[in-house]
Design a protein around this ligand. Sequence first.
Ligand code: HEC
Length: 146
Amino acid sequence: MKLSITLFTCFLMFLVFACSDVDESKSDLTPTQPNPNGDSELALLMREMFDDGMRMKQQLESGDKLEVLAKFEKIHTATATEPEKAASKKFKMYADAYLNMIEQLKVSSPEDTEVLYQGLVKSCMNCHQALCPGPMVRIKKLYLKK
Ligand code: HEC
């Protein structure tokens, strides 16, 4: 009994670390660096996605034309801290929903852009709510304030 509690605690710790909002000081690692204790390809990609979200938010807030970059298709192939998570059906479904939002945003008419942008942030949140709640506090900052 005691052993299983210990194991369970370790498991929880692992989850928390794998999905926690790690501080930026580690972000100088390159994506190709095979560092089992460091940042996974997926984690680095996610940080880029976050930064790109901030960039889009600023464009919208200052009334500039929104530039949508399509460079995050790697979400389907980047290796994750917990590979079984990224291999799950759920992950694939949420990843497709996210990529689909990007596509819609690219072709959106100006009057739909803000609604679609909020939808994009929501698509980040949906996957995180289901698979990786740690970074949600941070992702929320991408929403436009209404
Ligand atoms: C399909 C599911 C999914 C979608 C969609 C998704 N994420 Fe993630 N995200 C994850 C998973 C899983 C991790 C954990 C990655 C790892 O540790 O390998 C993660 C990690 C992160 C992290 C923490 C990275 C770090 O420093 O360790 C941030 C920040 C993040 N995501 C932001 C975003 C933003 C912003 C979006 C939308 C633009 C987004 N995510 C969309 C699944 C998703």
